[in-house]
Design a protein around this ligand. Structure first.
Ligand code: NI
Length: 258
């Protein structure tokens, strides 16, 4: 069984067939999914979906895109969500320097507030890092938060090594299957097997040969295939190991042999 460790089933692009996609998970070989929030509304929705579906879990948090209009009360709301029994972590949080807005200053304020929250609540964090590798590493070090994952990893193999050394897991998405994915492949080569997670980040980033389509959890099989190829192991081994790694990170021992 596959574990899609990062999916946005709360996204509006699933409004048309969310029930169907959820019901078909097991049939499609997907044993479990983490549904990731990115603002208050999507985090609440992720929790709702998780509570209504046995093998779906949620992470709740404020994505850097939310940095312009968050308020202190939002941090308190996320703090409360972390108490939910189906909430397994704080995310996705981080920094995105690809676009000019929200400003870096505002993103940093929001990220630091949530790193403090992670520290206070002993939460696992899910980091969104785009073109902000240095600052992400600097800040997780500053707050001493070392339990979590760099999702949709886009850094170099050097950075991957550093992230692993700090205690983090590294999650690879469909990007790994793209023709120009040399950097991601190199990173996957150096991350030890017991620290690798796989994800779709659906509805975004559909892997080859589904590129351009709406992504969905079952396509995570293509990422597992690629990991198997890179690591020289069988696809079923890649599935099993990444499933167990995700359980290990989020303390989901109960579903390990699902
Ligand atoms: Ni995401």
């Amino acid at each position: 069984m596959l574990f899609d460790s990062h999916a946005h089933l709360n996204d509006a692009r699933f409004n048309i067939d969310r029930r169907y996609v959820l019901n078909a998970l097991e049939k499609n070989g997907v044993g479990a999914v983490i549904c990731a929030g990115y603002d208050i509304e999507s985090s609440e929705f992720a929790l709702k979906i998780a509570n209504e579906n046995k093998n779906v879990y949620a992470v709740c948090g404020l994505h850097p895109d939310a940095a312009d209009d968050f308020c202190e009360a939002d941090i308190d709301k996320i703090r409360l969500m972390l108490n939910d029994k189906k909430c397994v972590g704080l995310g996705e949080i981080g920094l995105d320097y690809y676009y000019e807005t929200p400003s870096r200053e505002k993103q940093l304020i929001l990220f630091e507030k949530q790193l403090q929250l992670a520290k206070d609540t002993n939460s696992k964090i899910v980091i969104h890092d785009r073109d902000a590798h240095e600052d992400c590493i600097k800040l997780v070090k500053k707050y001493g938060v070392t339990a979590g994952v760099f999702h949709c990893f886009s850094g170099s193999s050097e950075m991957a090594k550093e992230v692993v050394k700090l205690g983090f897991y590294v999650s690879f998405s469909g990007v790994l299957t793209f023709k120009n994915a040399r950097k991601a492949v190199e990173a996957a080569q150096v991350v030890p097997l017991d620290r690798i997670l796989i994800e779709t980040d659906c509805p975004y980033l559909a892997p080859v040969p589904f590129r351009g389509r709406r992504n969905e959890p079952r396509f995570v099989a293509k990422v597992a295939e690629k990991i198997a190829e890179i690591k020289g192991i069988s696809e079923s081994e890649a599935e099993k190991i990444t499933f167990e790694n995700t359980c290990e990170l989020y303390g989901l021992e109960g579903i390990k042999n699902a």
